[in-house]
Design a protein around this ligand. Structure first.
Ligand SMILES: Cc1cc2nc3c(=O)[nH]c(=O)nc-3n(C[C@H](O)[C@H](O)[C@H](O)COP(=O)(O)OP(=O)(O)OC[C@H]3O[C@@H](n4cnc5c(N)ncnc54)[C@H](O)[C@@H]3O)c2cc1C
Length: 458
């Protein structure tokens, strides 16, 4: 039976590695494809070049989990077919198109597990395209992968647990953090007390980050309304409003983000049915607790299936691995599955607490100025989107794309679609889900011109 099984796993983060381990333990040899040069995904990202930093410097309190995951991946390495630095750019039926080293080839699979993770949710405001502005994730990648800070005097801005974590990681690494600007009010953090019973470790770690930042003299501001990033050829300062009063701070870099958005394009191309997730303010593939989607043989797990964090990603990856085995008629460990599902349900409940503690900035869509750039690939402003919405009666996101070119450029809407949906919904005062979602198009990320096709591979 297992000879006929050829599962493909896209992503070698916590989700993908645990899914692969589950299959390997059952005697199956999966293919694992990842764009990155090494396994670990976002949170347990590895250095590009070795340096003097210890795992503790890189992963802090999560060192044990990072090391365990890396060790697992190393242990199963010769029992999987691993393609690093390879992008899955399309899925059609039971085949995926994979680009690596200037060539593309088609991989056939029996089952597909999408473990593609998430990226920062970006909301534009004045100056957001100035050199020296990074997403929070980008700022963290610079630190983890390349061992460098994004500037010498950095402001971190936004909403979400990553805001405090990245600022704390910068301070720990010896970088100068000029301020942490939280768009949520201080009162929202009281919701975290509700999480003390269910996830005390996570909550206390968050409090520790904030306390250590303040103890090291980093100003932390709450209820901030970002106004403008200053600078022409490089960031020179940040202006914001707080309780109606304008503030300005000199800085040479800004890291910002408003929580995360799932990478769902491959599920879309594969024909999965989507549902609107009010908590994530996004459409995501419909799936059960095991990761089964509406397409037979296709599973989605981890942050790519809806934001739930790294611990949930490991559990969900393992659960999706079991789902493949179950659906192939193989024996599975039912007791272990029950444990996984119970833990996943508990983490989902905790996600509500996090959402209340780090809320989306509701005012943004109505307050951001018309002349701010919305889609940087196609240079479309917020005002152009609003005008199309109001004057051409556009109410749906793909229609907005067709009329204005928002989301038609290199990023295919990965950066601007969340913001465009918020603007469109606000322009008509309609619920966010009413504007729909951008349909994915292959290639989901840019491919080099002249990429050569290698044909089909089993
Ligand atoms: C930038 C960023 C930084 C984060 N930092 C932290 C942190 O410090 N602490 C924390 O607790 N949580 C952090 N998170 C959240 C945490 O990383 C996730 O909860 C967790 O990593 C999810 O695991 P995953 O395996 O689902 O996805 P990921 O860890 O994101 O792994 C997905 C993998 O899929 C690969 N991939 C995606 N699409 C394709 C494709 N088409 N073809 C080939 N490969 C593909 C990616 O290269 C990546 O390696 C971060 C998230 C992001 C986006």
């Amino acid at each position: 039976m297992s000879d006929a099984l050829r599962p493909l796993i896209v992503g070698a983060g916590p989700t993908g590695i645990r899914a692969a381990q589950t299959l390997v333990d059952a005697g199956i040899r999966p293919i694992v494809v990842d764009e990155a040069a090494a396994g670990g995904g976002q949170i347990y990202r590895q250095r590009l070049v070795p340096d003097e930093r210890t795992p503790r410097d890189l992963y802090g309190s999560e060192t044990g989990k990072a090391t365990a995951l890396h060790e697992t991946f190393a242990r199963i390495r010769d029992r999987i077919d691993y393609l690093p630095q390879a992008l899955v750019w399309n899925v059609q039926g039971k085949a995926a198109d994979v680009a690596a080293g200037g060539r593309t080839r088609r991989l056939n699979f029996s089952h597909l597990i999408l473990a593609t993770g998430a990226t920062d949710r970006v909301l534009p405001f004045r100056g957001w395209t100035t050199p020296g502005v990074f997403t929070l994730g980008g700022a963290q990648i610079a630190l983890k992968s390349q061992g460098c800070a994004i500037g010498e005097r950095v402001v971190f801005l936004g909403s979400g647990p990553l805001l405090y974590l990245v600022a704390w990681q910068y301070v720990k690494a010896g970088a100068r953090v000029a301020a942490v600007l939280d768009t949520a009010p201080f009162s929202s953090k009281l919701h975290l007390l509700r999480g003390l019973l269910s996830q005390p470790g996570v909550v206390l770690r968050g409090f520790r980050y904030a306390a250590e930042l303040m103890a090291r003299g980093v100003p932390v501001h709450f209820g901030v309304e970002p106004d403008q990033i200053e600078g022409e050829t490089r960031v020179t300062g940040m202006i914001w409003r707080e309780r109606g009063k304008e503030h300005r701070l000199a800085c040479d870099a800004v890291g910002y983000g408003f929580a995360l958005r799932s990478e769902t394009q491959l599920a879309d191309l594969a024909g999965c049915r989507f549902v609107f997730d009010g908590r994530d303010r996004a459409w995501r593939p419909e799936r059960d607790l095991a990761g089964r989607t509406s397409v037979s043989g296709l599973y989605i797990a981890g942050d790519g299936a809806g934001i739930a964090g790294a611990d949930a990603a490991e559990l969900a990856g393992e659960r999706a691995g079991f789902a493949v085995l179950e659906d192939a008629g193989l024996t599975v460990d039912r007791a272990r599955i029950a444990v996984l599902e119970r833990k996943l349900a508990a983490i989902q409940r905790f996600r509500d607490v996090l959402e209340a503690a780090f809320p989306f900035p509701d005012k943004w869509a109505n307050s951001v100025d018309d002349d701010v750039l919305l889609c940087r690939c196609e240079e479309i402003s917020i005002g152009q989107a609003r005008t199309a919405a109001r004057e051409q009666e556009v109410r749906e996101l793909n229609r907005l794309k067709a009329l204005t070119r928002v989301g038609m450029g290199r990023c295919q809407g990965r950066m601007c679609a969340s913001a465009a949906a918020e603007i469109l919904a606000a322009a008509h005062g309609q619920p966010l889900e009413a504007v729909g979602r951008l349909r994915a198009q292959p290639p989901i990320k840019p491919l080099p011109l002249g990429i050569a096709a290698d044909g089909e591979a089993a």
